[in-house]
Design a protein around this ligand. Structure first.
Ligand code: PMV
Length: 322
């Protein structure tokens, strides 16, 4: 019998551009390599079938009897179909560091880890482009009109500039920077905030298009700051993006309060990240301020505070997606 193995997929944060990215504008996203979804794969005796156990939910399903739209089963079925394989005799045990409905890409990360497990089981390389496309199919089913940014940044595990329907572009980051990520403690399904923005856009298309354009302008400026290593200049762009997200109606009093607290504690800039109305916020900090910003957020009621360093990258890097 084959030996058990473990695979994983990272979480992500959107630096700037969420929601506008659904409407064709660019967005910047970075992987959060220290927060991951993990899948342990253990071969089972012949005829056992494929079982998926999600430790955090907790839930165990059998692939052959799970409903067609079950997200975990769907990721495994799509990977098997892509490889032309029948149901394997395999137990897949899933655990995740990522909050569900928290704007850190939990759903896409879990799907990517499951897809990678099936590819590894089959002895086939899990090409990021293929992983991304398969995860996108799951995302489409469960999130309505996803832009594709989550599956892309998670499958490539690289900082990217993303435009819907286009291949991702690896970001050039001249200087590393530090983010404090803080969970507001309020789960907020992305499907709902995306639907709320759509209703607003249908009601007031010109106003929403103007807001999306303003966000796109910030994204372009931020890309230039990252490429030039002007990390300090990125802070006000995050603040401005948060304000535009407020105008889109996807912030909340609690998020606004936490964002304010982060700034008062010395963050260079702060904003909600992902769908909004709850979930997580990001604060850009000088490394020496990370602890005081984290403490201030915790004292203000944030849960699960996490610090991540985004390393410098260059498009000339052989790992470039282009
Ligand atoms: O909440 P998350 O992590 O799924 O991020 C969603 C980002 C949105 O722009 C709001 C939606 C999308 O599909 O791009």
């Amino acid at each position: 019998m084959r030996t058990p193995f473990e695979v994983s997929a990272c979480g992500k944060v959107i630096l700037l551009g969420e929601h506008a990215v659904v409407y064709g504008r660019p967005a910047l996203a970075v992987p959060v390599c220290g927060l991951r979804a993990w899948v342990r794969a253990e071969p089972l005796p012949e005829g056992s079938g494929c079982w998926i156990a999600a430790l955090d939910l907790p839930e165990t399903i059998r692939l052959s009897t799970a409903p067609p739209d079950h997200p975990l089963a769907m990721a495994v079925r799509l990977a098997l179909a892509h490889l032309g394989l029948p149901e394997p005799d395999l137990r897949l045990t899933l655990r995740s560091d990522l909050p569900i409905a928290g704007g850190l890409g939990s759903g896409a990360s879990v799907s990517a880890a499951l897809v990678r497990a099936i590819f590894r089981w089959a002895g086939r390389p899990a090409d990021p482009e293929v992983v991304s496309a398969l995860v996108y199919e799951v995302e489409k089913h469960h999130h309505g009109t996803p832009s594709g940014i989550d599956n892309t940044v998670i499958a490539y595990e690289r900082p990217i500039r993303f435009v819907r329907g286009q291949p991702p572009v690896l970001l050039s980051i001249a200087r590393p920077f530090t983010l404090v990520i803080a969970d507001s403690g309020i789960p907020s399904p992305t499907r709902e905030t995306v639907a709320a923005v759509r209703m607003g856009w249908e009601r007031e298309p010109e106003r929403y298009e103007r807001l999306f354009d303003a966000i796109a302008a910030l994204v372009r400026e931020a890309e230039a700051c990252l490429a030039a290593g002007r990390i300090e200049d990125l802070g006000p762009l995050l603040d401005a993006n948060h304000q535009l997200l407020q105008e889109l109606g996807v912030s909340s009093h609690h998020l606004d309060h936490l964002v304010r607290i982060a700034r008062e504690a010395g963050a260079l800039g702060a904003k909600l990240t992902g769908g909004g109305r709850g979930g997580n916020l990001i604060a850009l900090v000088r490394p020496e301020q990370a602890t005081s910003v984290a403490h201030a957020l915790q004292a203000a009621g944030a849960r699960a505070i996490y610090r991540t360093e985004i390393p410098a990258t260059s498009p000339a890097d052989p790992s470039s997606t282009r």
